[in-house]
Design a binder for this molecule. Structure first.
Ligand code: AMP
Length: 419
């Protein structure tokens, strides 16, 4: 199938060609015709499947007819980075259309956003918190809204944004098209879509299985040897861009510093950074001036760096779904990628859960020549205090397993939140 099949406006078709897209991805093939027809769509697709263009292309196509210089489409995203990336995609795909997109995110001044919208934006890409601020000050008018897109709805839920979303939805015109994209379908998202979508078409692409172009390997290693093993692996593997996941922001920062001291080109992305520091880290990684980005799950959300060759789980993810989401960052579209996961003795049941979710046994690997028996240096904290699974006193005081508070009011990792 080619993009011509969809009969999109010629200005949009030209931009698709300029992006180098030759054929639609499965989520695009399935959803574009329905969105062009004005139907509500529930899209079950993870990052890396081409879902942004799946909603951006038909959205732009529909906006080619009808009034200009007023807000007609709203795209809600959980993080600032994702909002900026969606805005960049919409701008690239709409570059010949004279339609305008504005980003409404926290961490920057409100007034320039008001001015940008007043100059005439048909599309807003917004994080819920900052949009609500504008709505309460009446600095943004959504009375002419025709289409609402909610991207990464499950992440919105994880970050405690569902009440904000419902508050926003109540302020939108009743008659509108709704598109909701989510990698997973927790009950709250199912309820939100039942309340919000009308006669929706559901499109689904392999949402539990990661892209098949990725090879997975598990490395069994004790907590205190993880950094040494990581350095050895990096020395012995041909990598281009490497995304390393840690459990906490402190560990992300410390690990990036340790890698830097050993001569690796590494930076970290974690909640304690200012907006400009975050932008610097992401841009540096995207441009290749940093080869290694160490991040927490929450800080890494929405990073769209299509050339990531390796995802390394320095710390095991909390759930099998989170594993899928992390490694969805590599092997994007037709590229290939590798995912390495460090498994301590505390992580073996999670490693098994991941294998069950993927429906396949993963390769258990050993790096030749690496001394796995080196004892823990004297005076080091026990493993759990270094970020092992859920044993530290702080973790016991958290509300939920794995220390991840859920639901309303759970906006943790302030720098990564959307306000
Ligand atoms: P997404 O799932 O929206 O984050 O997209 C993942 C990556 O796939 C992005 O880098 C897109 O530019 C790219 N992409 C989207 N659609 C296509 C397509 N039809 N052909 C090739 N690459 C695409």
């Amino acid at each position: 199938m080619t993009f011509e099949h969809f009969n999109l406006h010629p200005d949009i078709s030209a931009a698709i060609a300029a992006q180098g897209y030759t054929s639609p991805t499965p989520i695009q093939a399935q959803s574009i015709p329905h969105i062009v027809n004005g139907s509500d769509v529930l899209g079950l697709a993870q990052t890396g499947t081409g879902k942004t263009a799946a909603f951006a292309l038909p959205l732009l196509h529909r906006l080619m007819t009808g009034p200009r210089r007023r807000v007609r489409a709203l795209i809600l995203a959980p993080t600032r980075e994702l909002a900026v990336q969606i805005h960049e995609s919409v701008t690239a795909l709409g570059k010949n259309t004279k339609l305008h997109s504005s980003v409404i995110i926290g961490g920057v001044g409100m007034e320039p956003q008001v001015q940008a919208v007043r100059r005439g934006s048909e599309i807003l890409v917004a994080c819920p918190g900052r949009l609500l601020d504008h709505l309460s000050r009446k600095t943004i008018d959504l009375s002419g809204l025709e289409t609402l897109v909610i991207d990464e709805a499950d992440r919105m839920f994880d970050m405690g944004f569902l009440p904000d979303i419902r508050r926003i939805v109540r302020q939108l015109p009743m008659k509108r098209q709704n598109l909701l994209f989510s990698a997973t379908m927790p009950d709250d998202i199912r309820r939100l879509s039942a309340d919000m979508l009308r006669d929706a078409v559901t499109v689904q692409v392999d949402h539990t299985k990661p892209v098949e172009t990725i090879s997975h390997a598990l490395y069994h290693v004790e907590q205190h040897l993880k950094t040494a093993l990581l350095k050895e692996l990096l020395r012995h593997t041909v990598t281009d861009s490497v995304l390393v996941f840690t459990r906490t922001k402190h560990r992300a920062k410390k690990l990036a510093e340790q890698l830097g001291l050993s001569g690796f080109s590494a930076t970290s992305l974690q909640g304690n950074l200012s907006q400009s520091q975050r932008q610097h880290a992401i841009e540096g990684f995207r441009a290749g001036s940093y080869k290694i980005l160490v991040a927490t799950d929450i800080a890494a959300r929405g990073i769209d760096v299509s050339a990531i060759t390796h995802v390394i789980n320095y710390d095991m993810p909390d759930t099998a779904e989170s594993y899928t989401h992390r490694i969805g960052r590599t092997g994007r579209v037709s590229r290939t990628g590798e995912a390495f996961t460090f498994v301590t003795s505390e992580d073996t049941s999670m490693a098994y859960a991941i294998e069950c979710a993927l429906g396949a046994a993963l390769e258990h690997k050993v790096l030749p020549g690496f001394d796995y028996t080196r004892p823990r240096p004297e005076g080091l904290f026990p493993a759990a205090r270094q970020g092992g699974r859920g044993r530290s006193p702080q973790r016991h005081s958290m509300k939920t397993r794995g220390g991840r508070p859920r639901g309303a009011g759970a906006r943790y990792g302030a720098g990564a939140s959307a306000r």
